[in-house]
Design a protein around this ligand. Structure first.
Ligand SMILES: [Zn+2]
Length: 221
């Protein structure tokens, strides 16, 4: 009970932060940017070691591993093109998402959010859902929470997982794009998942499998 109340308090605060930051955002040559200004110097190690996770806290393993994974993720850009790295991480996530549904681990989006939380990957919630797709936010995302504005979103893997899960749940093709991220100056990540291929006549996307996706409640997460 205490945990639920604490989580509800954090979610409320994060929703307010998100709404405020969206009001302050700017569109620079097609890239949405939040209120934190882009980094005007080369990235240094302390940028990678700062991890903002007031809800989850940061355990010893995360302290050691997160900077390593961040360095890996960002350095990958100098090896391939940004597009190729994004495709690689997105497709890896896509496979995982599909696998989670096929193995019965994830039965709806609430399940996915629960899995994210239990594994300390972030606080995930669906903020909008309908026939065309879903808007999903992640607060305190494991890899990006605390990064400076690098003028790029960095959570392509998560976008892939969401697309894979939706594909598995609805037997339809979804695309998912991270539109807001710590890496573009926000204090949260936001993903837009859109339906690409049509689904069966009258299929209700708001009820993925059995349970209703309750857009306002955190019940069962
Ligand atoms: Zn992100």
């Amino acid at each position: 009970m205490l945990h639920r109340r604490r989580k509800a308090k954090f979610l409320k605060k994060y929703r307010e932060v998100a709404e405020r930051e969206i009001k302050e955002e700017v569109n620079v040559e097609g890239l949405l940017q939040g209120p934190r200004k882009p980094l005007d110097r080369p990235l240094n190690p302390s940028d990678l070691t700062f991890i903002y996770r007031p809800f989850f806290g940061v355990n010893e393993a995360e302290h050691r591993l997160i900077p390593y994974f961040r360095a890996y993720l960002l350095a990958s850009n100098s090896v391939g093109t940004r597009e190729s790295i994004n495709t690689l991480t997105y497709n890896s996530g896509l496979s995982l998402g599909l696998y989670l549904v096929e193995r019965g681990v994830v039965k709806d989006l609430l399940n996915l959010a629960g899995l994210w939380e239990v594994n300390r990957l972030g606080l995930m919630e669906v903020v909008r859902g309908g026939r065309e797709g879903f808007t999903i936010r992640v607060y305190e995302g494991l890899l990006c929470s605390g990064l400076p504005n690098l003028k790029r979103t960095v959570c392509g893997f998560v976008a892939g997982v969401i697309a894979g899960v939706l594909k598995g749940l609805h037997n339809a093709v979804f695309t998912c794009r991270e539109v807001r991220c710590w890496g573009t100056g926000y204090s949260f990540c936001e993903f837009n998942a859109r339906l690409l291929a049509p689904v069966k006549y009258q299929q209700n996307l708001e009820k993925p499998v059995g349970k209703t996706v309750n857009l306002s409640s955190t019940r069962g997460v």
